[in-house]
Design a protein around this ligand. Structure first.
Ligand code: ZN
Length: 241
């Protein structure tokens, strides 16, 4: 069975800025779905903010193994009800891959329980992404570092809980550093936040970036897991005899 992937995008910059529409004529979601769709192991659909229930209905989420989420300008426009639904599905085992400002989305920040605040700067500067966990499945097939020629800067401190693993750390031309690839577990679900992906540059056309996203989808896919029993419990043995 292929991994069922839903690529979600707020799809706002593409409507409002000509430069973004030219770079991503099918939307950022379309570009991501395109390179993920080249793998037989993935079955990919897309959804956007503008769809009814943002395209994330109960049935879509029930069929989604991994949700890839790009957002930036419209994080607050996501309905609380939909955000709660996504959070519930993550607890139930759905993988969640937050791209770029997806770290500030309602579902991701609720799952973190922190502000996810950062520094940022729009100067079109160079980013060097270092692999800090070379044995991690999300780093599979990468060199020890790669560069993004032009990007928006994100700088530390990044207000997140201590990650389970930090797979990437970025250095920026202006001097800042940032934890660019961080892993978490919440309930049965696996979460990965990946920093690159600013809409004004062709970042999702880069081989290394595509590889990271594909690796993250594979890593984020749920397994069957074990049965969990909660609540008051009868003893398995006689107690106190
Ligand atoms: Zn940006």
């Amino acid at each position: 069975m292929p991994i069922q992937v839903t690529v979600w995008n707020e799809n706002v910059h593409e409507q409002e800025r000509e430069a973004v529409a030219e770079l991503y004529p099918d939307g950022i979601h379309g570009a991501i779905a395109d390179f993920l769709g080249a793998f037989d192991e993935f079955s990919v659909r897309t959804a956007t903010l503008q769809d009814p229930e943002h395209g994330l209905t109960e049935s879509v989420l029930a069929e989604t193994d991994v949700l890839v989420w790009w957002s930036h300008a419209a994080n607050d426009a996501v309905a609380d009800e939909v955000a709660d639904r996504v959070v519930d599905r993550v607890h139930g085992g759905m993988g969640f891959i937050a791209l770029h400002s997806g770290k500030n989305s309602k579902p991701f920040s609720r799952l973190m329980g922190t502000t996810c605040n950062i520094k940022f700067r729009h100067a079109g500067e160079r980013e060097r992404v270092w692999v800090t966990d070379p044995g991690h499945p999300i780093a599979d097939g990468l060199p020890d570092h790669f560069e993004i020629p032009q990007t928006e800067m994100y700088g530390e401190p990044f207000d997140i809980p201590e990650p389970d693993r930090t797979v990437f750390v970025s250095w920026f031309e202006g001097g800042e550093v940032f934890r660019s690839g961080v892993c978490f577990r919440r309930g049965r679900g696996r979460l990965f936040a990946f920093r690159p992906g600013h809409e004004l540059y062709p970042i999702f056309e880069q081989d290394e970036v595509q590889r990271v996203v594909a690796n993250a989808v594979r890593w984020g896919a749920p397994n069957e897991g074990a049965v969990a029993e909660w609540g008051e419990s009868d003893p398995l043995e006689s107690i106190g005899e």
